[in-house]
Design a protein around this ligand. Structure first.
Ligand SMILES: [Zn+2]
Length: 377
């Protein structure tokens, strides 16, 4: 049931500040100093080389005392506890999560345990994680564990587009897969409670619509710019759609089947190497089928996804021989009691989800055949 407690308040929440541009890291001290001068900085080895060194240098120049900790790779409660302990030992005044979705989620959870503010600096535009007041935690083995909710959103989200432009373009595409779901999911959740526990506001509806508009207009162009490592207005627009609009849109608008199916996909071992948004993209098509969208609508989304190399068939997901039994276990997880799939007003059953997965693959294959689509080399 979408709104079991009959809540009547509308609610919108967001980070206090969002900063995006090609010199954001270089100018980070100016934006971060309001949070204190002794941050705990979590980033993994690769990100340290790409952006960590530069960030530490910029902060040290402004007299920050940075405690750098190498992120262990999984956003698990064990890793969150480890970061928390280091924050306590070093009396960190705030936490910086620098990197991809898992680093970000672990940093947010650690800041929450430490009861300090949090700054998020994503190095890819691959998920809608940076802006939200929740983390998705996984088991140390990489299985979906739980959503954890915090009292507040990150205080600052700082996005350096010169770093994003150098990241592998697959990340930007995955971010688009995550972001294209925002409007598709939120528009089925107008009468259900969002992640803040209130009803969606008019602005969250507008954000979802704008997010989709940007992706359909500039997604392909931004993807090509990213291949050329070029920061262009199209890339800036898509980075904002993937990070800010998708983040605000899902949190205050609501999620439905696409993300629930993503969580269901964690049941298939072979999909663990895929990025969040790649699985969400496929879940988006399945959700469109679940609510009986006409072929013309399916075509719009499938065509967009293919234009940025997002998977629309089991083959493209890397599971060409997936069994019915495996798909049934995906559907079962997607329909777990606390899943966002129950935000939808439509009738949903495990069996319907299972069928929508098979039909999504079939629709993807049919589109490819009909349009003679071929991947760019
Ligand atoms: Zn997502």
């Amino acid at each position: 049931m979408p709104n079991p407690k009959r809540v009547s308040e509308r609610l919108f929440q967001s980070p206090s500040k969002y900063i995006q541009g090609p010199s954001a890291i270089q100018n980070a001290a100016k934006y971060l100093e309001s949070l204190g001068r002794s941050p705990l900085l979590a980033c993994d080895k690769i990100v340290y080389e790409i952006a960590g060194k530069q960030l530490i240098e910029a902060l040290q120049k402004a007299d920050f005392k940075v405690t750098h900790v190498e992120f262990g790779g999984e956003a698990s409660s064990q890793e969150v506890d480890r970061l928390t302990k280091l924050g306590l030992e070093n009396q960190s005044s705030f936490v910086i999560g620098l990197g991809g979705g898992k680093t970000i989620d672990a940093a947010k959870a650690a800041a929450n345990q430490l009861k300090v503010q949090c700054a998020i600096i994503p190095t890819t535009a691959s998920t809608d994680a940076p802006c939200s007041a929740l983390s998705v935690l996984y088991t140390p083995e990489g299985q979906f564990d739980q959503y954890t909710f915090f009292d507040r959103n990150p205080s600052i989200v700082l996005v350096d587009t010169s770093v994003i432009a150098k990241a592998p373009y697959r990340f930007l595409a995955a971010g688009m897969g995550d972001a294209i779901a925002t409007n598709v999911e939120a528009r089925l959740c107008r009468t259900s409670l969002n992640f803040g526990g209130g009803l969606p506001t008019e602005v969250s509806v507008a954000i979802g619509t704008k997010c989709e508009e940007i992706l359909l207009k500039y997604g392909k162009q931004a993807y090509e710019a990213n291949k050329a490592k070029a920061v262009t207005p199209a890339l800036e627009a898509v980075v904002e759609a993937n990070t800010l609009l998708s983040g605000l849109g899902f949190e205050s608008g609501g999620l439905a089947a696409a993300h629930a199916i993503h969580n269901g996909f964690t049941a298939i071992e072979a999909l663990h190497s895929l990025l969040h948004g790649e699985k969400v993209a496929f879940g988006t098509v399945a959700q469109l089928i679940l609510v009986n969208s006409p072929t013309s609508v399916l075509d719009t989304y499938i065509s967009f996804m293919l234009s940025v190399d997002l998977p629309v068939t089991f083959g493209q997901l890397g599971i060409p021989n997936v069994t019915d039994e495996e798909l049934r276990s995906v559907a079962k997880l997607a329909c777990a009691e606390n899943e966002t799939i129950w935000n939808m007003e439509q009738l949903v059953t495990e069996d319907a989800v299972y069928n929508s997965l098979k039909a999504a693959d079939a629709a993807g294959r049919e589109y490819i055949r009909r349009t003679n689509w071929k991947k760019d080399e």
